[in-house]
Design a protein around this ligand. Sequence first.
Ligand SMILES: Nc1ncnc2c1ncn2[C@@H]1O[C@H](COP(=O)(O)OP(=O)(O)O)[C@@H](O)[C@H]1O
Ligand SMILES: [Mg+2]
Length: 369
Amino acid sequence: MRLDRVWVTDLRSYEEAEVQLAAGLTALLGDNGEGKTNLLEAVAWLATMASFRGAPTEALVRRGADRAVIRAEGEREGRSILIEAELVASGRNRVLVNRQPLKKARDLLGVLRVTVFSPDDLELIKGGPAERRRYLDDALVASHPRYDALRSEVDKVLKQRNALLKGAGGRLDENAGFTLDVWDAKLVEAGGALASARRNLLARLAPVLAETYAAVAHGPAEVTADYVADWAEAGLAAALGAARHDDLRRGVSTVGPHRDDVELRISAMPARTHASQGEQRSLALALRLAAHRVITEVTGSAPVLLLDDVFSELDPDRSDALLANLPAGQTLLTSASGLPPKARPDLVLRVADGRIAADVPEPDAAGPS
Ligand SMILES: Nc1ncnc2c1ncn2[C@@H]1O[C@H](COP(=O)(O)OP(=O)(O)O)[C@@H](O)[C@H]1O
Ligand SMILES: [Mg+2]
């Protein structure tokens, strides 16, 4: 999968902007606040229909405009592809692929795949379990869009189960008890399927993670990633039964895949509490690179790799290690502080004053490589 051209209208800081991308590494340089991340966010939106900054889609519409347009043209499985999305500030987004409107906007998932790394990903290590569940679920959806439906199903069941628990006010009449049984059965089915998909994915990710971490961290360290579910031993059905009293009292579902976690360890110590900031940043990047590699294997083509401000996250040795180990395929990276000396981008773009212009790479002291 490759993007050759991206152009946007009324997208965040851009009235109108167009970029041609290299098939390999494109570097997007510019001062802070010039719009580098905005462009990455736009590209990623076409893949996930969401902002990787967690912003609502309306935030992507330029202030004062009522809609934004993101277009990208490239190649997928040997065929040219044109994706066009209209993001409407208040209303439904419209998406066209090769000029055909999609029946459901969600059908866009899987058309373009991206792997995003941003400084916020430190939260994968330092943040709560929800961050790590989202990491797994996003990787599942990227490996197959059917997981988007499964994830929505689990959310829906939980919402309804929680509404019932809350409404029961601590006591269940026969009718509500029957309905709760129905929600439990649905949660066991959908939630159990989601949890085992996560487990299988993590089993595949873990050995790759050990490698990507060693590459980025520039040295050996044993990294492990284990799926943690409190209900695993009893089984979800039995655990829900055992927690029913508690759930009723608290008015929420206290047990299930929405409480699961991934335990990350470096040299057998929990990364969240024991790793240094540098190790945590390396591990966050390694998690993204591991997902990138596994998704490449599962789908047969490399997602477009988007690295936002990655060098600000890594010391010079780690930056060099990353550049030396960039996965095959297309990469778009941003930097506000130039590039490390060993960087050899195929294309350099500069962002300033709402415009993006191609730049001739400056010759360095080492001469042409
Ligand atoms: N909806 C919007 N309308 C207009 N400007 C926006 C909008 N959203 C963000 N911006 C502007 O975009 C700029 C941030 O761009 P960003 O891509 O994050 O910068 P950076 O180059 O540092 O990554 C800010 O100056 C902000 O004012
Ligand atoms: Mg930025």
